[in-house]
Design a protein around this ligand. Structure first.
Ligand code: NAP
Length: 514
């Protein structure tokens, strides 16, 4: 029996020793900034003339690393290598594949603060958010390793006197893994490790703003004993390398996490069968969210305000699960809004190396997008907190609350992906549920209530993949809260859950007449 896994604990930064250790890691990583990173194809390092320059979003002039950039020719080379390597890798004992993940987890655990420090510099994550991202990466490695050991046993099916039957789960082939920048370590490592432990080979295209932390992970996989060619590291432009690999006839599956726009594009392109292609591609696409916290009239209002503020502004609202709509029963609306404003005004924004609550948004494009929604918000509601941005050095935006927003306003419908939350008044609990469901997305949601009947009603009627009660709507933990959304939030793959690995396998029935 595999030993049950308890998730990696978060670092307690109220302990001075932990603070000192993290400061040492930040110093160490700062001294390493600006290094060059190569592509890795079939275990070989490839340097290109064209580069992706990863910069610190808190300090635009600071280069985190310069990364070689794949083009179509190199993507093709990586595809050939991955395709060839699949013929051997698929036959490796699943337990040995799992052992490689366990070793990788151990290496990351030993270098935990170093990885988190890279996330502070490259993704602009505050300490606790960076620490949680690294912990989640460790969890994915540990969890998928254990899940693979279980899955390798197959599912029991019936046999009869005349025959012996078995259902085996075999890998698919070459997978293209396309990851986002917002969980630059955890999601990238989780998608990659799930695919490889199931026996597939991988072409990893990380987000162009966070390729360095992915390069560091590739080093870890190599050190953990992963054979050359199983994971090929090919950062490059989404539209060039991404499209090329999505269209490629040898691509067996695409595992994508990112925006709705790109997810839909991948889904459409992957549906086309190209010359020489002998399968229908599988697409796992996890996309955006427009996540709501409902506050009922019978509720702990301090808990409600805290849940909204933490879920809206943690990592500057740049989580697919971030609360961007607070839908409040009219009887407690003013009270919850007032408490949320007070909490928001206490939050600090700035360079996260200095232990601020919020760091920057991801880049100039993110800054422009969020600031444009703040302008829209001024038309659609009343600005009651924040509203200002400063991109002179890094991309900083204040935590921003708009009150009195209509349920059909753009602020209530479109994913902003920044520190902006819209407050909307509901007539009663049914109305609150209707507003919460009034979106194309369906990722996370939370209900703050002490009314048991309303909890039960929400369980039935609040249509999201991850629904929480009397807590915020962010912070899913591997193994505890399998994660994935409905509707335009994606294919509901439930990362970190017991079904996830099935997506990277196909079931083969073996029936022997006796
Ligand atoms: P994004 O712009 O869609 O980018 C995601 C990845 O797709 C990046 O690696 C990007 O590469 C690549 N890409 C871009 N164009 C492509 C194309 N034509 N073909 C193939 N790949 C392409 O999303 P993001 O800004 O990184 O991430 C934020 C979004 O992700 C938000 O919408 C958020 O809600 C969502 N998200 C969802 C989940 C979830 O579990 N549901 C989790 C995290 C984030 P480049 O960087 O080179 O453009």
């Amino acid at each position: 029996m595999t030993v049950p896994y308890k998730h990696e604990p978060f670092t307690d930064f109220s302990i001075e020793e932990h603070v000192q250790q993290f400061e040492i890691a930040l110093k160490q990583v700062k001294s390493e900034l600006g290094k060059d990173y190569d592509l890795v194809i079939g275990g070989e390092k490839v340097t290109t003339d064209e580069k992706i320059v990863s910069v610190n979003p808190s300090n635009k002039s600071e280069v985190v690393g310069t990364v070689s950039k794949a083009n179509k020719e190199l993507a093709e080379k990586a595809m050939q290598v991955a395709d060839k390597t699949f013929q051997t890798w698929k036959k490796w004992d699943p337990k040995v594949r799992a052992d490689i993940l366990f070793k990788a987890a151990a290496i990351v655990r030993r270098r935990k603060h170093e990885f988190s420090a890279y996330l502070v510099y490259e993704a602009g994550k505050p300490w606790n958010e960076a620490d949680a991202d690294t912990a989640e990466a460790i969890d994915f490695l540990e969890y998928y390793g254990r899940q693979m050991i279980e899955l390798a046993k197959g599912y029991p099916i019936e046999s009869r006197k005349i025959e012996n039957n078995r259902l085996a789960y075999i890998p698919l082939g070459v997978g293209v893994v396309i990851s986002p920048w917002n969980f630059a370590f955890a999601i990238m490592a989780g998608m990659t490790s799930a695919a490889l432990v199931a026996g597939n080979t991988v072409l990893l295209k990380p987000a162009s703003t966070t390729p360095v932390v992915a390069a560091k992970f590739i080093e870890v996989l190599e050190e953990a004993g992963l054979p050359a060619g199983v994971v090929n590291y090919i950062p490059g432009s989404g539209s060039e390398v991404g499209d090329y690999l999505v269209d490629h006839p040898k691509t067996r599956f695409i595992s994508f996490t990112g925006s709705r726009e790109v997810g839909v594009r991948i889904y459409e392109r992957a549906a086309k069968v190209h010359e020489g292609q002998i399968w229908l591609k599988r697409v796992v696409a996890e996309m955006g969210g427009k996540d709501t916290i409902i506050v009922d009239d019978q509720a702990d209002l301090d808990l409600a305000a805290e849940a909204i503020v933490k879920s809206a502004f943690g990592f500057s609202g740049q989580k697919c699960s971030a609360c961007s709509r607070a839908v409040i029963h009219q009887d407690v609306y003013d009270d919850v809004l007032h408490r949320a404003i007070l909490l928001t005004k206490k939050l600090t924004v700035g360079d996260p190396t200095e232990r601020t609550f919020m760091g920057p948004v991801n880049d100039q494009a993110a800054y422009d997008k969020v600031m444009s929604y703040i302008e829209i918000g001024k038309e659609e509601g009343t600005l009651v907190a924040g509203g200002n941005g400063d991109n002179s050095k890094g991309y900083f935006i204040e935590p921003t609350i708009f009150a009195g927003v209509d349920e059909n306003a753009r602020l209530m419908k479109e994913e902003i992906f920044g520190p902006v939350v819209a407050f909307c008044k509901a007539k009663d609990f049914d109305h609150a549920l209707a507003v919460a469901n009034n979106t194309d997305y369906g990722l996370t949601g939370a209900v703050i209530t002490n009314n048991r009947a309303h909890i039960e009603k929400a369980k039935e009627d609040f249509h999201v993949g991850n629904l929480y009660f009397n807590r915020g709507c962010t912070g899913a933990i591997v193994g505890y809260h399998p994660f994935g959304g409905f509707n335009m939030s994606g294919t509901d793959s439930k990362a970190g859950g017991p079904d996830y690995l099935l997506l990277f396998t196909q079931a083969k029935l073996l029936s022997e007449q006796l």
